[in-house]
Design a protein around this ligand. Structure first.
Ligand code: HEM
Length: 424
């Protein structure tokens, strides 16, 4: 569209030294309108410094997987799918996975259980508000006439009025979580809480707006990303039975291992998840705003204030990066035989890609902090579901889902499926 320049054509993501995180920040900027504060420039950097040594280290991650994810899988997800299989009911898998991810991220980040993944699939008012806010804010970046939304915002009408209301509700929701957590901590100062929010509050962060931002950004980072990845993953598996068979074989092989070992060794499943996110990245487009004048490695001049976007969706489909078979869902492109090449022991090993040519989790110093956590969660869900069920799209053969994006990717209208119990 007008106003856009392709800076590096098909070239891998250029170095982005002097740019700032944009997606989460942009969303937060909107929600912050309500508290009349300005985004602290170092906000997400501060989160990173604060939490990377705590919640995202291996020990916490293992705990997260073993307790929260497995409880949610075995006590909520599987019983719901079992009932649906027994009654031949069609469920919207996208909705189920979003509920699953929302419960998970709330439990790990705040020690709070919203219980959205219950058999009666309760109205998720908060989730709807969250979707509306994300949809309207992402619409701003896609518009050809940005002055229109700015006028609407000044006049407080239409979508901008709805956004303002939604943001107010979100902040209210976040404040309530914080209030309850503070109460809990004051009653039990020595409470053995491992959630992020307790850590922030216990370590002296009392600025309400700051902590509210943390709550909202973690929901955004943790809810829609893994659920988007898994929704498209199950769709691709339904279209590629041979690959599904291979994953199932791996899952069955590992079923006797302890949780952490199982997940670590699921090389083929890991490759298939990477491959699925190549074609359907949960964050299909992301951008940065230049803090000061800069020159990209290819000589392109960037002026302070210019927005630079990069497109994981487009980059995942480039022939020059992935070869002439880029359209194929092919986990093998992430694998090689382990060993010395002579005594082939038959084991596959995973071959990662340079994050600059696969920026699904972004690249550089602001790379996703939850990447390992996301993979652990996704593998446990894949193992939990596939071990018991075959996921069958309810739409007629040949009907393809439509990819849409509101900050994160979605399947338009959801993903209606049936579940078939596997024999044995
Ligand atoms: C498949 C799942 C996921 C994908 C594809 C993904 C992708 C991304 C991307 C593209 C960014 C960069 C955003 C930007 O700065 O513009 C990001 C940042 C981030 N992600 Fe993830 N994410 C995933 C799951 C998670 C999970 C489960 C968490 C856990 C809470 C998480 C936490 C974060 C955090 C804290 C940042 C900010 C890092 C910083 O700015 O220093 N992510 N993620």
């Amino acid at each position: 569209p007008n106003g856009y320049r392709i800076l590096s054509k098909a070239h891998p993501l250029p170095l982005l030294f002097s740019v700032v995180s944009w997606m989460i920040d942009a969303f937060l900027q909107e929600t912050q309108q309500m508290s009349n504060t300005y985004l602290k420039p170092s906000f997400t950097t501060t989160i990173k410094r604060q939490v990377s040594s705590h919640e995202f280290n291996t020990k916490s991650l293992r705990k997260f997987v073993e307790t929260v994810v497995d409880t949610e899988v075995s006590q909520r997800l599987i019983p719901i799918l079992s009932t649906a299989a027994a009654n031949n009911t069609v469920l919207d898998l996208q909705d189920i996975l979003q509920r699953f991810a929302f419960d998970n991220i709330c439990k790990i980040a705040f020690g709070y259980d919203p219980a959205y993944l219950l058999p009666d699939l309760p109205e998720a008012e908060f989730a709807k508000t969250f979707d509306d806010a994300a949809k309207i804010s992402s619409g701003r970046f896609a518009t050809l006439f940005p002055f229109l939304w700015k006028i609407k915002r000044i006049l407080n009408i239409g979508s901008e009025k709805r956004l303002k209301e939604a943001c107010s509700d979100l902040r209210e929701f976040a404040r309530n979580i914080i209030k309850e957590k503070k109460q809990e901590l004051s009653n039990k100062p020595s409470l053995e809480t491992v959630d992020l929010l307790s850590r922030f509050l216990s370590s002296g962060h009392s600025d309400e707006d700051f902590v509210t931002d943390i709550v909202i950004s973690f929901i955004l980072a943790g809810r829609d990303t893994t659920s988007a990845a898994l929704t498209w993953y199950f769709w691709l598996l339904s279209q590629n039975p041979e690959i599904e068979k291979e994953i199932l074989r791996e899952i069955k092989d590992k079923s006797e291992s302890p949780v952490y070992e199982e997940v670590k060794d699921m090389v083929y499943t890991h490759a298939s998840l990477c491959e699925s996110m190549r074609l359907y990245p949960p964050v299909p487009i992301d951008g940065k705003v230049a803090l000061r004048d800069d020159v990209l490695p290819d000589g392109t001049v960037i002026k302070k204030g210019m927005r630079v976007s990069y497109h994981p969706y487009a980059m995942g489909r480039l022939e020059m990066l992935w070869g002439p078979d880029w359209e194929e869902f092919k986990p093998d492109r992430w694998l090689q035989r382990a060993g010395d090449g002579v005594s082939n022991d038959g084991k596959w090993s995973f071959v990662g890609r340079d994050p600059n040519s696969y920026p699904v989790f972004q690249a550089g110093p602001r790379i996703c902090l939850g990447k390992d956590m996301a993979f652990l969660q996704m593998k446990r869900v894949v193992a939990g579901i596939l071990r018991r069920f075959k996921v069958v799209p309810a739409a007629e053969d040949g009907v393809e889902p439509v990819f849409v994006s509101f900050l994160t990717s979605k399947m338009e209208g959801g993903f209606p499926v049936r579940f078939e119990e596997r024999a044995g």
